[in-house]
Write a protein of this length. Structure first.
Length: 271
């Protein structure tokens, strides 16, 4: 067990950071957990399955962080449960499709996808204007089904909670940033549950997985990340209502840019 202590300590630190970010931005913490898990598993010699394991484990943790984050935001009356109820079924369908597709996608392709989307999200967080709107309200059917399914599909492939897409969508459709953050945190449950189960099943027969793995989900990683993240998600939610939102987003965007560049470099150089 002594040889695993640095690994466990690193995962606990990552979980703490992911919990804070999940609470502050409603993004489930996946943008932190996936690259961190990827680099840790690659360093331990499990590079072949590192990206799939990072995504699958992140999806499992997102269930816990999202529930905790939603509960904290709900106490402040910021969660629009009607949006969650009407969008969740389509998000689940998209997530199931993404989890099934991921088993056929090479790890380098997943890494490149994560890096490319993280790069776009970094730009949106840094340059995005909170008063910029496309519409006065969220779309109805059939556009809702298309957008919600897309959120689920992309989130399952990237191992994120859907908040990064949900916050942006709700913000440009006339919802306040606090409502967007709080409600998008709820998308994480609709993504995490079917996504994690899908990755568990898809990776059952895969060789080269790290110890303590159930399919592509690393249970040691799940326990360490979830324990730290769940504890700190309410702290992040409280900080979101106190700190300067614009400066906070810019600081996060810079960190996300660094992660994106590193992930793209890994994909191009072949790990």
């Amino acid at each position: 067990m002594i040889e695993y202590l640095p690994f466990i300590a690193a995962l606990l630190a990552v979980g703490a950071g992911a919990g804070l970010i999940a609470g502050m931005f409603g993004i489930g913490g996946g943008v932190v957990m996936v690259p961190a898990m990827y680099f840790v598993l690659s360093a331990l010699g499990y590079g072949e399955t590192a990206m799939h394991a990072a995504v699958g484990t992140s999806l499992a943790v997102i269930v816990a962080t999202s529930l905790r984050s939603v509960a904290a935001h709900a106490k402040r009356g910021a969660v629009d449960f009607q949006v969650i109820r009407t969008w969740a079924p389509w998000i689940v369908l998209g997530t199931l499709a993404g989890a099934a597709l991921a088993d056929f996608v090479p790890g380098r392709a997943l890494t490149a996808l994560f890096g490319a989307v993280a790069l776009l999200l970094s730009a949106q967080f840094f340059f995005g204007r909170p008063d910029w709107k496309l519409a006065d309200d969220l779309p109805g059917q059939p556009l809702r089904a298309v957008l919600a399914s897309f959120i689920g599909l992309m989130s399952a492939l990237m191992g994120i909670g859907g908040g990064v897409f949900g916050v942006t969508l709700m913000s440009v459709c006339g919802r306040s940033i606090h409502t967007a953050v709080a409600t998008s945190a709820g998308f994480g449950v609709a993504i995490g549950v079917p996504g994690a189960i899908g990755y568990m099943i898809a990776g059952l027969d895969e060789a080269g997985r790290a110890p303590f793995s159930l399919g592509y989900v690393n249970m040691a990683g799940f326990v360490c990340l979830a324990a730290a993240a769940v504890f700190l998600a309410p702290v992040g939610a409280a900080l979101a209502h106190r700190l300067n939102a614009a400066r906070l987003k810019q600081a996060f965007a810079i960190g996300l840019l660094i992660v994106a560049v590193n992930m793209l470099r890994e994909a191009v150089m072949g790990g």
